[in-house]
Design a protein around this ligand. Sequence first.
Ligand SMILES: Nc1nc2c(ncn2[C@@H]2O[C@H](COP(=O)(O)OP(=O)(O)OP(=O)(O)O)[C@@H](O)[C@H]2O)c(=O)[nH]1
Length: 340
Amino acid sequence: MFQKIPVTIITGFLGAGKTTLIRNLIENAGKRRIALVINEFGDIGVDGEVLKSCGVDSCREEDIVELANGCLCCTVADDFLPAIEALLKRAPALDHIIIETSGLALPKPLLKAFDWPQVRARITVDGVIAVVDAAAVADGRFVDDAEAQAAERAADPSVAHDNPLEEVYEDQLLCADLVILNKTDLLQAAEIARVTGVIEATNARVKIIATSEGRVDADIALGLEAGAENDIASRPSHHDTEEGHDHDDFDSFVLDIPPLTDPETYLRRLGDIAGRHDVLRMKGFLDVTGKPMRLLVQGVGARFRQHYDRAWAKDEARKGRLVVIGQKGIDRAAIEAALG
Ligand SMILES: Nc1nc2c(ncn2[C@@H]2O[C@H](COP(=O)(O)OP(=O)(O)OP(=O)(O)O)[C@@H](O)[C@H]2O)c(=O)[nH]1
């Protein structure tokens, strides 16, 4: 019998752990033939690179489609649908498609693309998964006083707050069938319970799995059977009355970083600068003098992680580059001066 191919949409704010989750899913997906569609904000394709070098046999380079340049939710017809069409022509047929949206994308416009007749005939959206950085929520990164705001919204559902971070984060939550409450390693049990309550107050119908390092059973995450394209109307958005959305609220730029002799000191400086300038996300690859491998650096707010992920290729220039993402008005000149 003809079967629709299930698609999982993975949303979640910058640095929440979407790529980490996907890596885990493909490692644990058994024999499923999976293709990944990855969309990233910022001009260095770090997520695709991370997944290509993940070393999982079933995840081949040709199974990863990178849609760079902006925001999937704004380029559905031009970029996204042709990419999906190409995946549907694969023989043998794929078992599953996972789409990682950029951390600033609104999932609902993307979900709507799956309601188009030519797409819905062949694909079903198994589920929308929102990855949430539990520590960022606990720190009030998105909403200063989440409990007070949930109470306010319960009294008046139309209440709006002019905070772009909050709008993106909430749109992602409100569209989800499953929340992966990630980074619980950074919180005590009472904080995890509090954050869980805050999420339930925003979206009462969503399932929540608390975890760390994106560890979740692939059979659960890829077997939600939500048919999300059939109940788009029950997923409210702050942007329901608009055509598309703009990205004027956020800014990103790429820094060229000279070769480093003392990466530890440099990374401490990165964390310090990210904190002082309210950087939302920093990531890229650094060239450490004398090391055959490139240093993959990941910053979420002021929290940094790094590891040597692979050797520089023979035909590749050893070039340190970091993408920096912040809210509009982020002080690029000061950051450049501090890191150059
Ligand atoms: N402490 C901690 N760090 C985590 C966890 N999961 C992921 N990270 C780290 O958080 C950083 C961002 O993770 P990613 O998986 O790249 O996040 P993302 O959502 O794909 O990021 P963008 O695509 O830039 O939005 C990386 O340094 C991860 O190693 C976790 O459970 N705990």
